[in-house]
Each structure stands twice: as C-alpha cells, then as structure tokens.
Design a binder for this molecule. Structure first.
Ligand SMILES: [Zn+2]
Length: 89
C-alpha cells in the first residue's frame, strides 16, 4: 500500500502502523463527523518523511490542519483545489 484514502481512521490496521509520533486519528479530517467518517489520506512515503523530520527535530511537530474532506474544505473556506483534500503535500 503506497497511497490511498482511508474512509474511517479507526479502520486502519494499527498492527501495520509504523510512525510512532503520529496517529491515524490526528491525520484524519476534523469535521467531527459532520461530512465524513474521519477520512484521511494514507501516504506511506509522506509519513516516512514526516517521521524522519520529527525524529531529526527531536521535539513535537505541530500541524494545524491535516486532511480535509471535500465538504469540510468548503465549509472552512479552503481553496477549491486545496492539497488538504489529497495528502498533505
Ligand atoms: Zn470530514
């Protein structure tokens, strides 16, 4: 699995989760279930790079906003083609 949209973050098999400083929950859309079931874009290459950055920094990496579902992006006034609707690159 390289990159795919996970429709509901608890559905991800945590046995396969290898990024100790991050969790599927924090990567998921923050619409609170208003528009989606907590979807997030799972991209192993992105998560590997993020984990390496976090490890190199040696301190928490604060991210204000991760993935947004399409409806949440519209609701918060996000750009029409916002990359937050994809993976966070
Ligand atoms: Zn959502």
């Amino acid at each position: 699995m390289a990159s795919m949209l996970i429709a509901h973050f608890p559905n991800f098999d945590l046995a396969a989760w290898r990024w100790p400083h991050f969790s599927p929950r924090e990567l998921a859309c923050r619409c609170g279930g208003h528009f989606c079931a907590g979807e997030y874009w799972h991209d192993e290459g992105f998560l590997d790079a993020l984990e390496a950055l976090r490890t190199a920094m040696g301190q928490p990496l604060a991210v204000n906003s991760w993935h947004r579902c399409e409806q949440w992006n519209v609701s918060v006034g996000g750009a029409t083609n916002s990359t937050q609707q994809d993976d966070c690159r």
